[in-house]
Ligand binder design. Structure first.
Ligand code: 3H9
Length: 703
């Protein structure tokens, strides 16, 4: 609950504020803080004020939940509060522990003095939300620590130790302990100095000490243009700093306010704010109480020492959790251990890891050749060949060897987790943990909830994901779960557009221009086209995939699996990952088009992008209808972290919302009715129709 406590220490008022969990400066806190400050000003017995956050932290800044809503405009704004503080005729001291971020640091910089604990951190992370510090940060920080330092703080957005700034005017004192005492004594000394004729120090009155602001800002601008291509906030930060340095403080504040509003109203900040909340929402499992007890995971076994198994193992070794790597073939096991060592050696060479740490991580790895050697572990993750009969063998063996109470996980990317759980006598302990390749790099982890998986097993998986630095998204069981089920529809559209006249290069280029890390064909070549082929063959057999992907299958029949075979949708030269257009592929495409007899036409980039993205969106909507995903923002996280969807567009579901679901639905219908259009494919999911009719969106309920 938001609360502001007012007490006095001698002639100093101590204003302790709280707004759990991070003391964000929402409307109620701003209102109560201003009231407390007014009380201190009016009290003749008070000579100064100390502002301190409760719950061991100062403040994480403005309340992001208010952005874009009416509360942002309610009561005193942060500008009003800061301006009141700065113009007070009694000294105000910010006492900082924990974090002072964003608007929290801006509040502190509006005080006349700042005192911090040595382990506290400060930062202006607005850039990560597509914003600039909009409550005076772009003007006060350059005056307190210099233009270059301030630009570094604002452009990185990282929280930094206060000790870095201990000698600058940003801090009067940095103390090991006794924060309140130190802050009160700074306030008392300042009040005494005031009586003897000194003026209160204010950031607004300081000169910007930089010999050539214009040159420095131009240099920063050139760098930012390359580093943050699609993001407008970094350039706005530089503009606001330069404007304030070359004009007056007040003119700088006005320019900062104008730019802040512009960014706040823009699509990039809306997307990044959505991502901020989406990441945090993903860890919540709606029907499981947050206080459910997880199982202890102190040891892990990984079955399969291939690329996936070893990648998964590295995550646990990095987190200090011992791993037993099981492979029945000695050579394959040795190769797996060698691969893990190679990854670590690469990191040592790049200076990202020291040799001692590498050896201690390798020391946590035990290669084993038989199942009894893993019988007492807490968690097993199977990463063997993607074939039900192979999984069956592994899970039946696990069931008969591994201790009761251990969690048995499969890393399958498409197979039925319930079916796999059925190979054991303990389906309640079975779960899917779908890592993405390379498993030691990609942040996404799809946690697949079987029909019988118990809540504590699920909770253990999500808790563990944080320990191994993954973002977990819970998915129900279906073919391909959230990510691969959707990508299947995306790929089908890409193939369909080739049949209609587009080339792989044109499709890749269009979608990369939209912001995807890689187009579908370059992605296939990187991941290995044989993976999709293997899945398609199973789906043709089961009858779940009715339209044969003739061109893609032909490529695989010729062994064109992608980069690893030197040929795929593109040609590759040895030691060179550049994708060169292939005459072999264009001949295969020509022949397939002739055989199909589809009339060819020119597709423009907009159609290509819309068809690919809306194919994802339509299937995403069905996934929501079927409750495979808990919420639309989870689908966005899967695509942002696992499939290279541009972060600044917020994910496919947020992107669809930004276009309005009415327009999305109309566009789908236009694809259905154009020559050769696939009516069944482009029938908008009923959720889209239903939300659109009510003027609602997929993600409206989350952010
Ligand atoms: C700003 O200040 C603009 C100004 O310049 C101008 C204004 C005019 N607001 O991350 P966690 C919630 S922009 C509302 O899991 P951690 C978060 O959603 C702001 N809520 O914990 C979560 O809620 P839930 C600039 C916030 O320990 C809970 O707190 N500031 C805010 O890993 C715990 O968060 C930032 O950008 C907020 N400002 O990390 C700071 N911050 O439990 C953003 C957090 O319901 N925040 N919440 O899911 C962070 O970087 C991290 O949350 C922090 C704690 C480092 C503070």
């Amino acid at each position: 609950m938001t609360k502001v406590d007012y007490s006095t220490r001698g002639r100093i008022a101590v204003i302790a504020f709280q707004s759990p969990p991070v003391n964000s400066l929402g409307f109620a806190l701003r209102r109560d803080l201003l009231l407390a400050l007014e009380r201190a000003v009016a009290d003749d017995g008070v000579e100064g004020v100390v502002l301190i956050g409760s719950n061991a932290t100062f403040s994480a800044g403005a309340d992001i939940r208010e952005f874009g809503g009416p509360d942002m405009r309610r009561g005193p704004s942060l500008w009003t509060l800061n301006s009141f503080l700065e113009r007070m005729t009694k000294p105000a001291v910010a006492a900082i522990e924990g974090m002072a971020l964003g608007g929290g640091l801006e509040l502190a910089m509006s005080c006349h003095h700042r005192v911090a604990l040595t382990n506290a951190k400060i930062g202006l992370p607005e850039v990560k939300l597509g914003l600039l510090p909009g409550a005076g940060g772009t003007q006060r920080l350059p005056r307190l620590i210099g233009v270059e330092g301030a630009l570094n703080v604002m452009l990185s957005g990282e929280p930094l130790p206060v000790t870095l700034f201990a000698k600058s005017p940003l801090f009067d004192k940095v103390v090991e302990s006794g924060l309140i005492d130190a802050a009160v004594s700074v306030a008392e000394a300042s009040a005494a100095a005031l009586k003897s004729g000194k003026v209160l120090p204010r950031a607004r009155d300081m000169k910007v000490r930089e010999p050539d602001v214009q040159a420095l800002c131009q240099f920063a601008r050139n760098t930012a243009k390359v580093a943050f291509k699609e993001y407008p906030a970094p350039l706005s930060i530089i503009d606001a700093v330069q404007f304030g340095a070359e004009n007056s403080f007040d003119a700088g504040l006005a320019e900062e306010g104008r730019l802040f509003k512009q960014l706040m109203d823009g699509p990039v900040s809306a997307a990044l704010r959505h991502v901020f909340f989406a990441e945090r929402a993903a860890s919540r499992i709606d029907d499981i109480p947050p206080d459910i007890k997880s199982r202890d995971v102190k040891s892990v076994a990984i079955i399969g020492a291939g690329t996936m198994g070893t990648g998964i193992a590295i995550n646990f070794l990095n987190a200090g959790i011992p791993v037993r790597l099981l492979e029945l073939n000695k050579d394959a096991l040795d190769r797996g251990v060698g691969r893990i060592r190679e990854v670590y050696e690469g990191q040592v060479k790049k200076g990202k890891l020291d040799s001692a740490k590498m050896e201690s991580r390798m020391g946590l790895l035990t290669p084993v050749l038989e199942y009894p050697a893993i019988k007492d572990v807490d968690l097993v993750i199977e990463a063997v060949f993607e074939e039900m009969s192979v999984k069956e063998k592994v899970f039946r063996t696990l069931d008969s060897t591994v201790r009761q109470g251990a969690i048995l996980a499969t890393n399958t990317s498409t197979l039925d987790v319930n079916h796999i759980a059925g190979f054991t006598s303990r389906p309640q302990d079975v779960i899917g943990l779908h890592f993405f390749s390379p498993a030691n790099v990609m942040r996404l982890l799809e946690v697949v909830r079987g029909a019988k998986t118990t809540p504590d097993v699920l909770a253990t998986a999500t808790t563990l994901s944080k320990k191994i630095k993954k973002t977990a998204v819970v998915s129900g069981v279906c073919d391909g779960f959230i990510g691969n089920r959707m990508i299947h529809h995306y790929s089908a559209q890409a193939m369909q557009m080739i049949n209609e006249g587009a080339s792989p290069e044109q499709i890749d280029r269009a979608v990369e221009k939209f912001g995807f890390a890689m187009g579908p064909f370059r992605m296939g070549d990187l991941a290995g086209n044989d993976i999709g082929w293997h899945i398609r063959k199973r789906q043709y057999e089961e009858g779940s995939l009715k339209v044969r992907q003739v061109i893609a299958d032909k490529l695989c029949e010729l062994g064109r699996f992608g980069q690893k075979t030197g040929a795929g949708w593109y040609d590759y030269k040895k030691g060179d990952r550049t994708a060169y257009p292939s005459t072999v592929v264009s001949t295969i495409i020509d022949e397939a088009r002739k055989a199909a007899g589809t009339p060819l036409r020119k597709l423009d980039d907009r159609e290509i992008v819309d068809r690919l993205v809306y194919a994802l969106v339509n299937e995403g909507a069905r996934i929501l209808e079927e409750k495979i995903a808990q919420r639309a923002s989870d689908i966005d996280i899967v695509y942002l972290m696992g499939y290279g969807f541009p972060i600044w567009r917020g994910g496919p579901m947020h992107y669809a919302d930004s276009q309005t679901l009415y327009e999305v639905s109309r566009r789908m219908q236009s694809f259905a009715t154009q020559p050769g259009g696939d009516h069944e494919f482009w029938k908008p999911a009923s959720l889209i129709e239903h939300l659109s009719a009510e003027g609602r969106s997929f993600t409206g309920g989350v952010a």
